[in-house]
Design a protein around this ligand. Structure first.
Ligand code: PMV
Length: 295
């Protein structure tokens, strides 16, 4: 039995979540060492190794959609192993869709570009997110820092390395639901919400330059501003605010929620790797899962 494996990285959104859904720019970084692996093989009937019924049901749809998009007919077995927490804003579903696409293409001997993988994974992402902007699947397929505008080709950033700290609140919030809530609020008060989205978009534009220059101080300032605007969108939470305060009280230059919000993770920027380690230690007192990464 021919078995194929492929993996994909998680991601962290540094700027522009939510406003990216409405056409404003956002910035995301790949988390190269936090990955999800898909193992596939040809079988007589589909077999999915997953005890959680809800996740299993999604994986059935994932395989079905991937087969259609790739033009594959065979039955397959699928096993997923992952280091990326689910529903935490670190791109677990995007990594799943990218890894499954890569593994199936490998199984069929198909050579595909990163752009083709991103396009397939984006369609699959609709199962999980409803109306995704495409930022998660694009960064996971390309594994490079990106400045992303919905519907446009990804614009890769020549970013200087920075030290980040990521901490998980441990509460999950489905992206699909949080995005729908923001959409509803925007429909009721379009002027107010569009103003907030535009301000977030402007921050992403300024942040791009700072990332190229490695200006961590300004990156921190812009992250703090972005967080205030996310709070105005109503997507922060007491748990997220607590982790953000802990990060800044312990020396972070800036911190914000990352991803859809209402739960999931925060991301903070530090002046150095050493400072990031200290912030991660402080965050571990209030978060089950806090770690530092260099991106
Ligand atoms: O929750 P995540 O990590 O999948 O991030 C979603 C980012 C949003 O901007 C809220 C939605 C999107 O499709 O871009």
């Amino acid at each position: 039995m021919k078995t194929c494996q492929a993996d994909a990285c998680g991601k962290v959104i540094l700027f522009g979540e939510h406003s990216v859904v409405y056409g404003y720019p956002a910035i995301a970084m790949p988390l190269m060492n936090i990955r999800l692996k898909a193992t596939v093989a040809k079988t007589d009937s589909d077999k999915i190794e997953e005890p959680d019924l809800e996740i299993r049901e999604k994986l059935v749809q994932t395989i079905e959609t991937a087969r259609q998009l790739l033009g594959i007919n065979c039955r397959i077995s699928l096993k997923i192993t992952s280091q990326i927490p689910i529903g935490a804003g670190l791109g677990s579903s995007a990594a799943l869709n990218v890894a499954v696409t890569r593994a199936l293409a490998k199984l069929e001997g198909m050579k595909r570009t990163a752009a083709q993988t991103a396009a397939t994974a984006f369609e699959m992402e609709k199962i999980y997110h409803g109306t995704p902007s495409g930022i998660d699947t694009t960064v996971s397929s390309n594994e490079k820092p990106i400045y992303f505008i919905k519907g446009q080709n990804p614009d890769f950033i020549a970013a200087k390395q920075i030290s980040l700290v990521i901490a998980n609140t441990g509460t999950r919030a489905p992206t699909k639901q949080v995005v729908a809530e923001v959409r509803e609020k925007r429909e009721k008060d379009t002027g107010k919400y569009d103003q907030i989205m535009a301000e977030i978009g402007e921050i992403s534009g300024n942040a791009r330059q700072c990332l190229q220059e490695g200006n961590v101080k300004m990156i921190g300032t812009l992250m703090n501003r972005n967080q205030k605007l996310l709070e105005q969108l109503g997507v922060s939470s007491p748990e997220l605010n607590r982790l953000i305060a802990t990060a800044t009280d312990n020396g972070a230059l800036g911190a914000k929620l990352s991803g859809a919000g209402k739960g999931g993770c925060i991301v903070a920027v530090a002046e150095s790797k050493k400072k990031a380690e200290g912030i991660a230690d402080a965050l571990r007192v209030v978060s089950k899962n806090a770690f530092h990464v260099t991106v």
